[in-house]
Design a protein. Sequence first.
Length: 200
Amino acid sequence: MSARRVRPSCCISVDIEADGPIPGPYSMLSIGAAVAGTQDADGFTPADPEEHTFYRELRPISADFDPEALAVSGLDRARLAAEGAEPGVALAEFGDWVRAVSAGAQPVMCGYPASYDWMFLYWYLIRFTGSSPFGHSGCLDMKTLYATKAGLPLRAVAKRTMPARLLSARPHTHHALDDAIEQADLLAGLMAWPGPPDSQ
């Protein structure tokens, strides 16, 4: 019996900024994405994460917000209420972009950690477009990837515990596109890393 051919994955680093802990009562205010590379049966091939990118700032969907969460991004809710993209328009554009850059491959959302960003991204995609280009589970958590390779409990993992060579030289700015590009560098490093020497 011949092996079934598996389609490659187009790994897309995504970062979002939001004004609260959960979508619905609170709003996703910006989304940044960068193509990090392609994974197939031969391994991971990194891409230049600045080559294919997406960024939008969104109109808030409710009046509620957590001041501490909002302060992290530095985004101005009043400005976004007046100038931000309508969520339905922005998420439709995002879906179209994902499908275009991943043509011939299966898109995978990659984040560090992915849980928060995926929660907002998937909720917004379903709520405002009715579908997700990633399906319901096309998500890779870089924190889990590192924990598995390093042989560490997940809750023991932080970027400060990682070997410096895995980390991006770019700053972490809490601007969604900047951070998506930075995370793409981290993914490339993690994919190439065999694990700590004593694990070999």
